[in-house]
Design a protein around this ligand. Structure first.
Ligand code: FAD
Length: 476
């Protein structure tokens, strides 16, 4: 009788423990995913996951197999399919988000009651959330201490090769009616995200190529350049990791293997610690299932957030009058991705200068990012807003002009995304409102019309943000 592999956010063949485990049984294999209408809401991540799933469908069909779409995302409906197809064993890679965890626990109980064996594996992270704990047995609350403990655990296990031959089972007749009739296609990209299609090639081989290019061309400068949006030399692996087109373990080993000199090893170590933040975020979500909506520092429940639709819209659309902020928000809008340094700057600007609740920003990112990740997005927003654990404190307010001068010194990044400012000389690109009338005439620039004037005064807004914070009850 056949065994079943359920694919979720792990759309690959290599280093896929559930698939390898199923193949190792020697039984015929059925591959399936559960079509969840929630994931086709028309946001960027819905588009990206559907693309990744389609790529896996193609890869399986090249080998003569099918990725069967199961309809109905409930334990009952999956269990009904398992029963109708006469499946004996089910394999999946473990999930750690609250919904996924609850669904898998319920499904496992249901299947085991039916006498079906369930085999789940660790595949998504370098370290499962509960495996690294303090001496007192509690979860870590400080990244550096957690990372030290993680490094002390040694290297993650070796990567599994893609199975040489998958012995596909034919879908038994009785189960056919239980697969989704209309295979859901790839939903459209969100409005305006036209550049995403070309920016993000989406197969497992593409993911490996992105990894190889990073290791060959950019790992050596990672420490020096990872904060420079104008250089754009970070790995750009986040969407691939999000959809599981490659595994964190594959990334780890490729980077470690390239660390052949002390200089490369130093860069590799820095890069791997960034990858460590991904696990740290997932550990936080595992223990704090409401990470995306509850201030982990409760005193922030009293923050008098402004509720200005106009300010929020200006931020979302990249019309704040601060060039680095606007460049970042427009890059996000057009491509579904933003450089990490700029993510930090726009988040600080929204929460502190615009005094807007970080949850507004979290939701906008969730809707627009092709790497939108429930743990990484939520943790980073809480980090930037100072509401999280081991977060950047509230009083650390990024100056968007200073950040721009430091990390985009010639304005190359700004000129890419804010074409209205292309003619601005380098020394005014960060502060276009300072251009005098003669220059404006020369370059055909009308302040406030060609490009918005700043929507807030930085000094004033900073003072208000600090005052509000000082007045919070019982700061810890
Ligand atoms: P690289 O510098 O090449 O890093 C390699 C990998 O390490 C990344 O792909 C990512 O998986 C991990 N990583 C790097 N920085 C972080 C970090 N600060 N936190 C957690 N993991 C990290 N990342 C997401 O993948 N999804 C999100 O939804 C997301 N939302 C964010 C929201 C805000 C407000 C901020 C400040 C950061 C957010 N990040 C998110 C983290 C980070 O910005 C991206 O992972 C990174 O920019 C992706 O580009 P890269 O792959 O080139 O990064």
């Amino acid at each position: 009788s056949p065994v079943l592999v359920l694919f979720r956010d792990d759309f690959r063949l290599a280093d896929h423990p559930a698939l390898s485990g199923a193949c190792a049984t020697g039984q015929p294999v059925l591959c399936a995913f559960v079509h969840d209408p929630e994931t086709t809401r028309g946001d960027a991540i819905g588009w990206w996951l559907a693309k990744a799933r389609t790529a896996l469908e193609n890869a399986l069909s090249e080998q003569g197999g099918t990725l069967h779409p199961l309809s109905g995302n409930t334990p009952d409906s999956v269990a009904a399919f398992v029963k109708a197809a006469g499946i004996e064993s089910v394999f999946w890679n473990r999930r750690y988000d609250p919904t996924g965890k609850a669904q898998d626990t319920a499904l496992k109980a249901h299947l085991e009651q039916q006498g079906v064996s369930v085999h789940s594996s660790a595949a998504r992270l370098l370290h499962e959330p509960w495996t690294i704990r303090t001496g007192a047995g509690t979860p870590y609350r400080v990244f550096t201490a957690w990372w030290k403990a993680a490094r002390a655990m040694g290297e993650p296990g070796r990567c599994l090769p893609a199975p040489q031959h998958i012995p596909f089972a034919a879908l038994p007749k009785a189960a056919q009616a239980l697969t989704a009739h209309a295979v859901p296609s790839v939903p459209p990209l969100p409005e305006g995200a036209d550049a995403a299609e070309a920016d993000w090639p989406c197969t497992e081989a593409d993911a490996q190529e992105v990894l190889a290019t990073f290791v060959d061309d950019n790992l050596a400068h990672y420490i020096q350049e990872h904060d420079r949006p104008d250089k754009d030399t970070t790995s750009r692996l986040s969407p691939y990791l999000r959809a599981g087109l490659l595994s964190a373990r594959q990334v780890w080993h490729a980077v470690r293997a390239a660390a052949t000199t002390p200089a490369l090893a130093e860069n590799a170590e820095k890069f791997l610690s960034e990858l460590g933040w991904r696990d740290f975020a997932w550990m936080q979500l595992f223990y704090e299932p409401d990470l995306a909506w509850r201030n982990l520092r409760p005193e922030f429940d009293h923050m008098p957030w402004q509720k200005s639709p106009a300010l929020l819209a200006a931020w979302q659309q990249g019309q704040t009058g601060y060039p680095l902020v606007d460049a970042g928000m427009r890059q996000l809008y057009a491509t579904g991705w933003m450089h990490n340094r700029v993510r930090m700057v726009v988040a600080s600007f929204l929460t502190k200068h615009l005094l807007t609740d970080w949850r507004e920003g979290e939701q906008w990112f969730q809707a627009r990012l092709v790497d939108a990740d429930p743990a990484q997005n939520a943790m980073n927003w809480q980090w930037c807003a100072g509401t999280g654990i081991d977060a950047s404190p509230w009083f650390r307010i990024f100056n968007p002009v200073g950040q721009s001068e430091k990390f985009d010194p010639t304005g190359a990044y700004i000129r890419t995304w804010v074409p209205e400012l292309r003619q601005m000389p380098d020394k005014l690109i960060h502060t276009p409102w300072k251009a005098d009338a003669t220059l404006c005439r020369q370059i055909g620039f009308t302040p406030g019309k060609s490009y918005p004037n700043p929507i807030v005064d930085l000094k004033l807004a900073r003072g208000i943000a600090l005052e509000c914070w000082k007045n919070l009850p019982a700061r810890k």
